[in-house]
Design a binder for this molecule. Sequence first.
Ligand SMILES: CC(C)(COP(=O)(O)OP(=O)(O)OC[C@H]1O[C@@H](n2cnc3c(N)ncnc32)[C@H](O)[C@@H]1OP(=O)(O)O)[C@@H](O)C(=O)NCCC(=O)NCCS
Length: 267
Amino acid sequence: MRERLIDIVAVPDHSGIARWQAVVPPGFVAGVADLRPVIPFEHGLFEVALDIQPGAVELNLYVEPQWRRRGIGSLLLAAVGEHAVQQRLVAEVAAGSAGEAFCVRHGFRHTGSRCHDLLSYGDVHQAWLAELVDVGHAGYRLSHWTGDLSDATQVEELLRHPSRPGSAVLSAAEADGDLVAYAVAAVDAMSQRRARQYGPSVLAAHRGRRLGLWVNAALIKRLREVHPHIDEIEARTAEDDLGLLALRRHLGFHHLRRTRVYELALP
Ligand SMILES: CC(C)(COP(=O)(O)OP(=O)(O)OC[C@H]1O[C@@H](n2cnc3c(N)ncnc32)[C@H](O)[C@@H]1OP(=O)(O)O)[C@@H](O)C(=O)NCCC(=O)NCCS
């Protein structure tokens, strides 16, 4: 049986990402798995995310098409489960895909669905964007920060660091020196032309004042100033967050794809 020749190898980690490879003779990598920290900024500074609980880590699993349905994905998942220090694995898969069937087969629980949206800078009317940013919001002050998201796990912590060159840009609204709204984006490690946006998130007591639109418009503008090579921004939203989806449409984001979120509690 070919399966007996499959070796699951832990790959030395240089970037804070735990990684495994499934190697088949004579040394071909037939599949990979990695675990990435869940980016906390995505799920709102001010409230607990509905679809991801604390202590979760994001699982990415990929098996080369010609090597599928031979147990390689299951072997990789077993290796991950044996070594993961976190209690929960979270996987995001396309509805009706092999990934979804795999998750169901391995006892993952469906916890939510997400809409992925894309904004192309070519579609943004710059003067309109500048007007949105310039609108006065009495009692609120807009500020920006640049750096790397790995510098902190909370937005307030990021803001305490001085700005420096980095992949991330944060736009925030403050009232009386307190952070009340923010949106953050980071250049995608895989594609230097795309950024991933998290938020906007607005403190409950300050909602209904278009602060989300304000910080998001400011972020879109600022991101391009700091990273002029960025062409587009991808953002994902829980599919039942109709307010956030409407805000994204207003800013010119269009629907890209829908994914489903699955979670596995490790023993
Ligand atoms: C999902 C993926 C990693 C599965 O890898 P794999 O090596 O084929 O998985 P396994 O052979 O270990 O499959 C284990 C079980 O999952 C289920 N499964 C996997 N692929 C399936 C498919 N295409 N259709 C239906 N069930 C499937 C089956 O129950 C299978 O057991 P069986 O073959 O005895 O019926 C692979 O299809 C892939 O790389 N897909 C694209 C990336 C992706 O979706 N990743 C997210 C996964 S968290």
